[in-house]
Write a protein that binds this ligand. Structure first.
Ligand code: ATP
Ligand code: MG
Ligand code: ZN
Ligand code: MG
Length: 447
């Protein structure tokens, strides 16, 4: 990182943003800065003190390093470091990026008061030099399993996945104009044909779940002008020359390479995860034929396998978890000082993860059990909200031993691993109720 006083906003460009943070990338170095955002409605109260902002950033790094990285595998996780930026630089930056931000994200503004930021490697612009720029594909896969029937009150939750129900809710509430046909259960199925369809649907309706970067620039997804599939294929054509460059062949080869990289595993003889059913969503349009071929094992050590295993820490569903959350809240109400001993909001150190891993299997009525289950749920929430970044680096012709025409070396990373705050559990419980109720109202199913 440069010395803070040398920061020049001309060297940083808008790169992208989510609901919580805005990201700028350096024009030369393979680096990004991730700054927090807050809602412009409560602009007066939102800017925290500088110390608070820094503590929040440190918490994010600790959580990523000491909790998510051991669970997901350190080869996938890059936690970055907290940096202090000159306020003048941050202010200039916020003015500069404003007009490039998608309109629907502008309900929030960038934090220009604390000077706190996270500095991370730019995963869309790896520093390796290649004759053709690498392609990076970002997927926000969301939750890849159905909850177990013993914990849910509505049968529909064991049949239709949360993402598909939520889609209907979001379209009804005007968040998106069109429904996405993507279903996470197809992506996590391990069945290559189902994964193929899942990715095809992500390309067609990316919403905030899919982006493609070429040489560090977003070329598909994110903004309205980057949604056309035919112009995407135009841009992908030079990478997939084998099928005479026909659109269908380009799309096919692209998705195939992506599926292979999502399933790739370093573990010798990776036999795949044991799945107890719960792998098929009734709302998915994947033909029943495909579904019947059954799930193929999802390699444990693949990027999807690792994410799914962490998502499965949500073993009780929000409905089974909520009574435990209430036990914790009541306890903290009576003994507020216990909050820090129980590490409710961190510190996310090694002891934090050890406590969770030692959690008894059965509820012994203790506060420790309840806290551990709530923390496991919060970790699962992070894994349901993270993104995968797949990097495809074209191999030079002489290295290309096969005659497949398109040959890439690939790698995967996982990003956006922020801890979810304790009170997000309560929000999740309300949202779950609304999403399910709305789905049942619009789609009462067979009568
Ligand atoms: P969400 O709303 O999904 O929670 P967020 O606000 O937490 O998102 P991120 O997902 O971390 O923010 O970052 C926003 C976007 O910036 C990402 O979707 C990705 O496109 C880009 N981005 C983030 N980190 C990196 C990185 N290290 N390298 C390249 N691009 C990045
Ligand atoms: Mg994100
Ligand atoms: Zn689904
Ligand atoms: Mg996030």
């Amino acid at each position: 990182m440069e010395a803070a006083d040398k920061m020049d906003d001309n060297e940083w460009n808008y790169h992208g943003e989510g609901n919580k943070s805005l990201v700028v990338s350096h024009v030369q170095m393979s680096r990004v800065l991730r700054l927090l955002k807050y809602s412009s409605e409560d602009a007066e109260n939102a800017p925290q003190t500088t110390e608070e902002a820094f503590r929040q950033m440190e918490n994010i790094v600790d959580f990523s390093n000491n909790v998510m990285s051991p669970l997901l595998g350190d080869k996938f996780v890059h936690s970055g470091e907290v940096v202090k930026l000159p306020l003048e630089f941050v202010r200039q930056l916020s003015i500069k990026v404003q007009h490039q931000r998608p309109a629907w994200r502008c309900d929030k503004v960038m934090d220009i008061y604390s000077g706190a930021a996270l500095c991370l490697p730019n995963l869309t612009a790896p520093s390796i030099q290649t004759h053709t720029p690498p392609l990076c594909i970002e997927i926000k896969p969301k939750c890849g399993f159905l909850p177990s029937p013993e914990h849910v009150s509505k049968d529909i939750k064991t049949k239709v996945c949360r993402y598909c129900m939520h889609q209907q809710y979001k379209v009804a509430n005007g968040k998106w104009k069109r429904k996405s046909l993507y279903c996470p259960l197809d992506l996590f199925s391990g069945n290559k044909q189902r994964m193929y369809f899942a990715i095809k649907h992500l390309i067609e309706e990316p919403q905030n779940n899919f982006k493609i970067f070429k040489g560090g620039q977003c070329i598909h997804g994110d903004r309205d002008e980057l949604l056309s599939v035919s112009s995407l294929l135009q841009k992908l054509r030079p990478y997939f020359t084998c099928g005479n460059g026909r659109n269908k062949a380009v799309l096919h080869d692209f998705i195939q390479v992506l599926v292979d990289s999502l399933l790739s595993s370093d573990e010798e003889g990776d036999e795949g995860m044991e799945r107890e059913g719960r792998t098929v969503c009734e709302a998915s349009l994947c033909s029943t034929e495909l579904i019947r071929t059954g799930p193929q094992p999802l390699p444990r050590d693949s990027v999807l396998g690792r994410i799914l295993q962490v998502q499965l820490l949500d073993s009780l569903d929000i409905e089974g978890l909520f009574p435990l959350y209430r036990r914790v809240e009541q306890y903290l109400h009576h003994f507020p000082k216990e909050r820090s001993r129980l590490q409710i909001d961190g510190p996310y150190d090694k002891a934090f993860l050890e406590k969770l891993q030692k959690c008894p299997r059965e509820d012994d009525g203790s506060i420790e059990y309840a806290v551990a289950k709530v923390q496991q749920y919060r970790i699962a929430m992070t894994a349901k909200d993270c993104s995968i970044m797949v990097t495809l680096v074209p191999r030079r012709d002489e290295e290309d031993g096969s005659d497949r025409g398109a040959a890439f070396s690939f790698s995967a990373s996982i990003l956006d691993l922020d801890p979810k705050p304790q009170d997000s559990v309560r929000r999740q419980q309300r949202l779950d109720h609304h999403v399910v109720a709305a789905y049942l109202r619009d789609d009462p199913g067979p009568r």
